[in-house]
Design a protein around this ligand. Structure first.
Ligand SMILES: O=c1ccn([C@@H]2O[C@H](COP(=O)(O)O)[C@@H](O)[C@H]2O)c(=O)[nH]1
Length: 236
């Protein structure tokens, strides 16, 4: 029986700094961190990322994926943003993950190192879509394969779907941090997500963090939507 608390990250996916700021202010008291990622950073710039994130834990979801030298240097360049969590793609390979971890250790001040999270298989891929990329055998097997690679090379945790959590906990225990997007409250539109679970199911499966975007940001009342999801994360 685990006593883990599952925390909530609101994904603020927009190009508009005013909208991101409005959402951040609305949901802040209900969520544990905010996510800013590719859409926002490319449109608004990294200095604006810092402004919106100010005073909040930042899940900086840039999903870095390049040769080890480039990824290491990129991680080193991100220290001015003070992220609490940073993402890379596990499929970049052992040396790339190790380079990212080394850069985290070298470039961030003592006690300020972000959690390095390796994306395994995107939650928008089902087994058939994954097979199209040349990976037969299903998402769960590939997640476990990439998890081993990433954790052995210094990742603190993984981004995966909640569907893989039971197998991951069995294989890797309680220590790694598991972050699960692809979360949909019961009845919510899945959109492009394929491997989805509800907040309650993800909590019961052992998620450390869930990431929720559109069910919050597209709601008529984002604060109420975030509050309802946060309520699901409090174990009865
Ligand atoms: O495998 C992954 C990795 C990251 N994401 C990100 O999470 C949010 C989910 O947003 P929703 O609107 O709740 O679908 C989004 O920012 C993705 O970039 C993911 O979905 N899956």
């Amino acid at each position: 029986m685990t006593t883990r608390r599952t925390r909530l990250i609101a994904a603020l996916d927009t190009r508009d700094p005013a909208e991101a700021t409005r959402w951040a202010n609305a949901v802040s008291s209900h969520v544990d961190a905010i996510k800013l990622g590719l859409e926002f950073a490319y449109a608004a710039g990294f200095e604006t990322v810092t402004k919106v994130a100010q005073g909040r834990d930042l899940f900086l979801d840039l999903k870095l994926h390049d040769i080890p030298n480039t990824v290491g240097a990129a991680v080193g360049s991100l220290n001015r943003l003070s992220p609490a969590m940073l993402t890379i793609h596990a499929s970049g390979g052992s040396a790339m993950v190790a380079a990212a971890r080394q850069a985290c250790d070298d470039s961030f001040p003592e006690g300020k190192r972000p959690l390095l999270l390796a994306v395994t298989v995107l939650t928008s891929l089902d087994d058939a879509a994954l097979a199209e990329t040349g990976v037969p055998g299903g998402a769960r097997a590939q997640v476990l394969r990439l998890a081993e690679l990433a954790l052995r090379n210094g990742a603190d945790g993984l981004v995966c779907s909640a569907h893989e959590l039971t197998a991951l906990r069995k294989e890797f225990g309680e220590r790694p941090v598991f972050v699960t997007p692809g979360i949909r409250p019961r009845g919510a539109d899945a959109g492009d997500q394929k491997r989805i679970m509800t907040p309650t199911e993800a909590r019961q499966a052992g998620a450390d963090w869930i990431v929720v975007g559109r069910p919050i940001t597209k709601a008529a009342d984002p604060a109420a939507a975030a509050a309802a999801i946060a309520a699901e994360l409090i174990a009865p």
